[in-house]
Design a protein around this ligand. Structure first.
Ligand SMILES: C[S@@+](CC[C@H](N)C(=O)[O-])C[C@H]1O[C@@H](n2cnc3c(N)ncnc32)[C@H](O)[C@@H]1O
Length: 261
């Protein structure tokens, strides 16, 4: 059910979250130690912000990518010609054992139906000596765009499903524990910080109405007058901007290796 919130056009995603994914990708690639020559799988690739960046490092023909959302798979194929982009779930990756040297998942683990199964599958498709890495937003107070949105929503609705409360795997401790449970070795964690600049308040607000992810789904389902109230609250929380402004976002990242037998 959760993944239904990602059955949207790639462009809608890019205006909402993809603008952060693009900024996060180079820092995450460095953290995951992806270097030229590596065959790498992008799990939960979305419309392909990370896949595109990976292709720039290792070459498109060395990149595999997978996502359950049909429009995202189509967008990723178009964005990264030459990459092997398939439709599927992390919990049952459509590749054989040891098909890659690395598997990465950017902003995905918390959306998996079964994160342990997903992490274990990422380990299965990576050969000995390889790396498995993931990152997720620090939904507590580290992701300003979502924090401002849910704080505004909760002033109008106590029961608003604040991702800072509902999401799992939003700390380095939780991610580290998951990676160890999945049988990965040399587990290491860190924080990655990015920012994005909005041209004005509408550049921030409009993408919420596209229905992308939990915040977008919540916003799009509101009655028009309620949505207008939420817009007004958010406008105040952001400081009633009359021009461009910048928001920051902190991700929690985890990396582990597969020891040679
Ligand atoms: C927040 S988006 C991240 C997309 C992309 N990695 C990025 O950095 O922009 C979450 C993605 O996880 C995908 N997803 C949801 N459930 C999944 C699952 N069980 N296995 C793999 N991907 C999944 C969604 O379709 C969506 O593309």
């Amino acid at each position: 059910m959760r993944e239904m919130t990602f059955v949207v056009a790639g462009d809608a995603y890019d205006r909402f979250m993809g603008r952060y994914s693009r900024e996060l990708a180079p820092a995450f690639i460095e953290f995951a130690r992806i270097e030229p020559g590596v065959r790498v799988l992008d799990v939960g690739c979305g419309p392909g912000a990370l896949s595109e960046r990976l292709a720039g490092v290792v070459g498109a023909e060395q990149v595999g990518a997978v996502d359950p959302s049909e429009p995202f798979v189509a967008a990723c194929r178009e964005r990264v010609p030459g990459a092997d982009v398939r439709r599927g779930d992390a919990e049952e990756l459509p590749w054989q054992d040891d098909a890659f040297d690395a598997a990465v998942a950017q902003l995905v683990v918390n959306f998996m139906r079964d994160a342990l199964a997903g992490a274990s599958e990422m380990r299965r498709v990576v050969g000995p000596g390889g790396v498995v890495a993931a990152c997720t937003w620090d939904y507590g107070d580290g992701m300003e765009m979502l924090r401002l949105f849910w704080d505004a929503a909760r002033t109008l609705d106590d029961a608003a499903p604040d991702e800072g409360r509902t999401m799992r795997y939003r700390s380095t401790e939780e991610l580290g524990e998951l990676w160890r449970e999945a049988g990965l070795n040399d587990v290491d964690t860190d924080h990655l910080t990015v920012q994005t600049t909005y041209s004005g308040f509408d550049d921030l607000w409009e993408p919420f109405t596209f229905g992308v992810g939990p915040a977008g789904s919540y916003c799009a389902a509101l009655e028009p007058d309620r949505r207008q109230q939420l817009r007004d609250r958010l406008f105040e929380s952001v400081g009633a901007p009359t021009g461009p402004f910048t928001l920051g976002a902190r991700a929690c990242a985890v990396r582990g290796t597969i020891r040679a037998a």
